[in-house]
Design a protein around this ligand. Structure first.
Ligand code: AHR
Length: 865
């Protein structure tokens, strides 16, 4: 019903707009001007303006972008400069543009209607020079398009050309002279500003459709910007609302029991310095300037380390390391006892009085003298908070361990290594773990954070991302084999969120964690391509692993499946057993790709991986990817591949405003049930207020209604360390000793702990039937066959209270114990907490919903069927 009301209003809106923009005496044709501006350094995309007389020009939306350059990194790249629009003899539009002043690359995309644009390509046509003002013409006779451009990176300004039949394969570049240039770009004045671009005569319908597209987008943007700050005026005269829900207990559909899961990515210090319980930062001396692209000069092998003591020196060496994957180690020269090598931890080390801490280090004495070393936990004022002693014996690298008991609680302790004798000592993999890790695992996880995640009752854990999965450039793709085995042999790497990834929390720890919290693992593997916003490799765009290397890459993926599920006698199953887990981890899902650029490069590699995994492991459910947004080229092209290959599940992502979630509750109701299922792998409403969380709750009621097609969902990102965040908002914030769940967390938790496996359909009637009111009321009733409980979820995003009559007739007369949990507060609150009460309900009961609230009623239906 709500859907029809909203469509009706949309129609009226567009109809009215149409009357304004298309009068009865509409022209047959008009002139279309295509251009880009230099605003935002040329990153605002392709614009259009129209004119009847080529004198008075009207822009179609101010700075509205019909095409957006997707080349390279966010922030500095993605420029669309000097676009050139061209209509070919098959009535297909081509747009060519320049990307920047340095790369020998232009961009191309094509479109049948100027609205939907096909995947972009970035042919690298001239090495060592740039590619400016590209233009194109078509020669009917030869069937060739000739592209010319200007290169001026050296002293001269030269013209070059290449030809193509299909904008995929290009001939070798040749120099040309100025006469081959069309010079078709012209200047027009729009709202007093001179712009440069191309002019085409087109039928009025073309322009009218562009105007409608912009108006629809504008309309949707307004809906998405709906915000609680306007609620007092929007709902000025609104009275408390009466709601009647009539459930049809016999009309139910099976829904996924995997709906709520978590997305774990090492972003915001989620792993090192976060969930991974290691307390020593840069324990392996492998931090490097390149982790942060050289801009942080302190980010080197000695980051987080300092030395004190007269005449002491610390050098970093690489000769004869413990393992080639871990090349750097510390060489400490001690000329007087008292020298200390100190680690500051991740912004301090949190210790608790009476707790035990496991210390370990690889040590070597090149001077062949045996000596003792004191290991000391130091308080902020230099006081000793606990210590232990180890012996460094002469000879090869040796792993030495000790246990320190803290005699004080501190949030900002440090760890000092204090040799008791003079001489030289080599040190590496200096490590300190609390003994109380989650479930007492060695090399384990921080208990409080792990418990917070477990508290969500997630049915699955996605890992290792997100963008970390596909990396910044091919060399940065997450390779699972680098993250297993002895810690000193793992291969750390640059984390694309601008820090260092030790790989201490690797695949084994991940799989163990899943098992420990009863969640299914959902590893996501790069589809042979890195992040589409990569800054390195592939001329600033993603490129892909060379096809001749793809077989080896695919073998790695098959090996991962064997590592998870293989027999202990298999090569990789044996490695799992050696790590302490002979039983399989029961992998059922694998994700291939993460919001990639869906183009030929992607499709070729994805298809190869997909077919290989499907053939060797038909028992594994493969999850594909359909780009980073709920619409657009990657979404459309990704779905085309999903349809073609019959991919079981695809991964959708979107980060939107609360208004988007409120106004798109019916997004999945229209999905074709016979196609791929959906894993909503990343979503969030861009804020941590109660209003944000309630908009996510409304959307989750819609996901439950659609959980026959949306089988899995995970809010993203999960974790964020205060002061070390690259992405906001997140679900759980933390520092070294506190965990701070957000309001959004409690919503996820209430849905995670109260999911069901069948959805009970119901009709919902409001005393005020206006759409603006009804869309602020979310309801869902599910049944959990394991407990035989019925769960009613009610979201009231209105600024007034609501009384809800819940009619469960058909369940039989009963007087049943129920648990009611209410989360409410002011819409801007960030600290609202759920409050639980025991209540009794009958077949027909009333629930009172406070303004801006989420109410959950779990009815223990006992023997009622
Ligand atoms: O969740 C943060 C990032 O958002 C993920 O790494 C990426 O997949 C998405 O763009």
């Amino acid at each position: 019903m709500k859907k029809h009301v909203s469509l009706f209003f949309l129609f009226i809106f567009l109809f009215c707009q149409n009357i304004v923009s298309v009068s009865a005496s509409k022209p047959d044709s008009a002139f279309l001007f295509s251009y880009s501006t230099l605003k935002n350094d040329g990153r605002n995309g392709l614009h259009f303006a129209w004119s009847i007389d080529q004198t008075n020009w009207h822009s179609i939306g101010s700075e509205y972008r019909f095409l957006f350059s997707d080349y390279g990194r966010w922030g500095t790249e993605k420029r669309l400069v000097t676009p050139f629009l061209f209509l070919d003899n098959k009535q297909i539009w081509h747009c060519l543009w320049s990307l920047n002043e340095k790369d020998g690359t232009f961009a191309h995309s094509s479109s049948a209607d100027l609205i939907y644009w096909l995947p972009q390509t970035y042919p690298n046509v001239i090495k060592g020079n740039n590619c400016l003002q590209p233009e194109v013409f078509f020669d009917k006779k030869s069937g060739l398009y000739t592209i010319t451009w200007i290169s001026n990176q050296h002293k001269d300004t030269l013209v070059y050309a290449t030809t193509t039949r299909d904008f995929k394969e290009y001939s070798a570049t040749i120099p040309g002279n100025r006469s081959i240039r069309l010079n078709k770009r012209q200047n027009v004045t729009i709202s007093g500003n001179t712009q440069t671009g191309t002019v085409h005569k087109v039928s009025w319908n073309v322009i009218n459709n562009l105007i409608k597209t912009w108006q629809l987008s504008d309309y949707n943007n307004n809906l998405s910007n709906e915000n609680f700050k306007d609620d007092s005026s929007r709902f000025a005269a609104l009275k408390p609302v009466q709601v009647t829900i009539n459930a049809n207990v016999n009309q139910r559909k099976k829904i996924s029991d995997m709906l709520i899961g978590v997305f774990f990515e090492d972003i915001n210090y989620a792993a090192d310095g976060g969930l991974y319980a290691e307390l020593v930062q840069n324990r392996d001396f492998e931090y490097s300037l390149s982790d942060k692209s050289g801009w942080d000069k302190s980010w080197t092998s000695t980051k987080a380390w300092s030395i004190s003591g007269p005449g002491a020196t610390l050098t970093i060496d690489t000769v004869s390391p413990i393992h080639p994957n871990n090349r750097h180690y510390a060489t400490l020269h001690v000329s007087q006892p008292g020298t200390a090598l100190t680690n500051e931890g991740f912004n301090g080390i949190a210790i608790t009085k009476g707790e035990k801490y496991n210390f370990s280090v690889f040590v070597r004495k090149p001077d062949n003298k045996t000596g003792n070393i004191t290991i000391r936990l130091m308080g902020k004022n230099g006081e000793t908070c606990g210590e232990a002693r180890i012996k460094a014996t002469a000879g090869k690298w040796q792993k030495v361990k000790a246990v320190i008991i803290a005699n004080k609680t501190s949030t900002d302790a440090s760890l000092s290594i204090v040799p008791e004798t003079t001489g030289t000592v080599l040190l590496d993999m200096i490590s300190l773990f609390p003994q109380k890790t989650f479930k007492g695992r060695s090399n384990g996880l921080r208990t409080d954070l792990a418990e917070a995640i477990a508290g969500l009752h997630p049915r699955f854990v996605r890992f290792p991302g997100g963008c970390v999965a596909h990396g910044d450039g091919i060399g940065n793709i997450y390779r699972w084999k680098n993250t297993i085995g002895p810690l000193e042999a793992r291969k750390p790497q640059r984390n694309l969120w601008n820090y260092h990834q030790s790989a201490g929390l690797g695949y084994f720890e991940y799989l163990q964690f899943c098992e420990d919290i009863g969640a299914k693992p959902v590893p996501v593997i790069a589809a042979g391509v890195p992040c589409q916003n990569s800054s390195c490799g592939g001329a600033g765009q993603q490129g892909g692993i060379r096809m001749c290397e793809m077989d080896a890459y695919i073998q790695d993926i098959l090996d991962l499946i064997e590592y998870c599920n293989g027999d202990v006698k298999s090569v990789w199953g044996k490695k799992r057993a050696e790590a302490g887990h002979p039983a399989p981890f029961n992998l059922e899902y694998i994700g291939i790709g993460n919001e990639d650029l869906i183009n030929d490069i992607f499709e070729e590699r994805f298809t190869k991986i997909y077919n290989a995994v499907k053939e060797k492991h038909p028992e594994i459910t493969i999850i594909g990817t359909v780009g980073p947004a709920s619409e657009g080229t990657d979404y459309v092209e990704g779905w085309k591949i999903a349809d073609k290959l019959h991919i079981p599940i695809v991964d959708e992502h979107y980060y939107q405003n609360p208004g988007w979630f409120i106004n798109n509750q019916y997004y999945y109701d229209k999905y074709d049930r016979s196609k791929s299922k959906v894993y909503l792998g990343e979503y969030a409403s861009r804020g941590n207020t109660l209003y944000n969380a309630l908009s996510e709750a409304i959307y989750l009621t819609a996901l439950e209604r659609n959980a026959d097609v949306v089988t899995m969902a995970s809010y993203a990102p999960l974790l964020a360390k205060e002061g070390f965040t690259q992405w906001n908002p997140d679900l759980i914030y933390f520092n070294n000793n506190e965990v701070k769940p957000t309001v959004n967390y409690y919503i996820q938790q209430l849905f995670g702990q109260n999911s069901g496996n069948s959805y009970i359909s119901s009709t919902v009637q409001l005393s005020d039937e206006r759409e603006m009111v009804s869309k602020r009321m979310g309801t869902s009733i599910v049944h959990d066959s394991k407990t035989n409980d019925y769960i009613v979820k009610l979201v009231n995003m209105l600024p007034v209270e609501a009384d809800v009559q819940v009619n469960l007739s058909g369940m039989g007369n009963f007087n049943l114990a129920a648990t009611q949990i209410v989360l409410t507060g002011k819409p801007g609150d960030k600290k609202s907490l759920p409050v639980t009460n025991n209540i009794t309900v009958s077949e027909n009961f009333t629930s009172h919903l406070p303004a801006y609230s989420f109410t959950l009623i779990r009815i223990k239906s006992g023997n009622i069927r």
